[in-house]
Write a protein that binds this ligand. Structure first.
Ligand code: SF4
Length: 297
């Protein structure tokens, strides 16, 4: 189909707006959590999915435009899944002319050997992958490990932990790895999944399907995703409110004595106009009136 000049202008305008929104979200997340500092060598984990391609693309833009100097090295772990098109990522990365490393480790066979047929393989597979990536980060001298999780992943993880793990816990934008040796960052923490999907299409990233291992998508995550999509249809803006709530926590109004010293709490005689109104009915203004992130261009 041939587009008219007006349609082409409109498409260019929309693509430009999308690029700006994604770059702004990444820049803001990096700034808010001090994810990248001058002199960092950032290992960008590239799985071949739309999110990791987007992350690499956005970080490369930032590397070339940020006021600080940092390096990027892209890393893919070839887990030897049957049908994995091993030539796709090296060809793409060579085309970008950036440093990269493909780590070949047959974690697929280990998972197949250790997990009985029909059981979920993802948790062992991810654990093995994590171990390999931490080792590679050390070998490459990376100071940060960047993962391509976005805001929907964060909200979904929050509900998975709440419903199935009995914990108030999401997916942090920055953390120290469980071996204590690396700082892991999630520069896409503020990005919308739909934006990343649209960007992947526009950029025509050579996406590698993520179901090569034959594993079913985690059923609990699927249910949570569906619940959030239904909510957003019925109550537009709800997931935005939920996401914002993750940055506005009041430990004194939860029940974790490790976070708030309830035991030694005493009246201090100082009135607090914004404090608790224990005897008043709750009245909740929509937190959406103060969006945490600017959404307009
Ligand atoms: S979907 Fe397959 S490759 Fe991905 S974590 Fe699960 S088992 Fe591993």
């Amino acid at each position: 189909m041939t587009l008219t000049a007006h349609q082409q202008d409109k498409e260019r305008y929309e693509a430009n707006k999308l690029a700006k929104r994604l770059r702004r979200c990444v820049g803001q997340a990096i700034g808010d959590f001090n994810m990248i500092e001058a002199g960092d060598r950032v290992m960008v984990c590239l799985s071949g999915g739309k999110d990791s391609f987007g992350m690499l693309d956005l970080l490369l833009y930032l590397r070339d435009h940020a006021p600080i100097q940092f390096d990027i090295v892209a890393v893919n772990l070839d887990q030897k899944q049957p049908g994995f098109p091993a030539e796709v990522l090296p060809a793409y990365l060579k085309g970008l002319n950036i440093p990269f490393h493909i780590e070949e480790q047959d974690t697929y066979s280990i998972v197949k050997r250790l997990i009985p047929e029909g059981k979920t393989t993802c948790s062992l597979c991810s654990r093995l992958r994590r171990g390999v990536l931490y080792r590679v980060a050390g070998e490459l001298g990376a100071t940060k490990i960047a993962l391509g999780h976005h805001r929907s992943d964060i909200i979904e993880t929050f509900f998975l932990n709440l419903f199935f793990g009995g914990k108030l816990k999401a997916m942090p934008p920055k953390l120290v790895s469980d071996d204590g040796r690396h700082v892991v960052i999630r520069p896409l923490a503020y990005c919308f999944e739909d934006d990343l999907g649209a960007w992947a299409e526009l950029q025509q990233f050579p996406i590698i399907p993520c179901d090569l291992c034959g594993s079913q998508e985690n059923l609990q995550r699927k249910q949570v995703k569906q619940m959030l999509q239904d909510w957003d249809k019925r109550f537009p803006g709800r997931s935005k409110t939920l996401f914002n709530a993750l940055s506005r926590i009041t430990p004194s109004h939860l029940m974790d004595p490790a976070l708030f010293d309830f035991r030694n709490l005493v009246a201090n005689g100082v009135p607090d106009p914004d404090g608790d109104r224990a005897f008043d009915p709750e009245s909740l203004a929509s937190p959406d009136v103060i969006p945490l992130l600017p959404e307009e261009d």
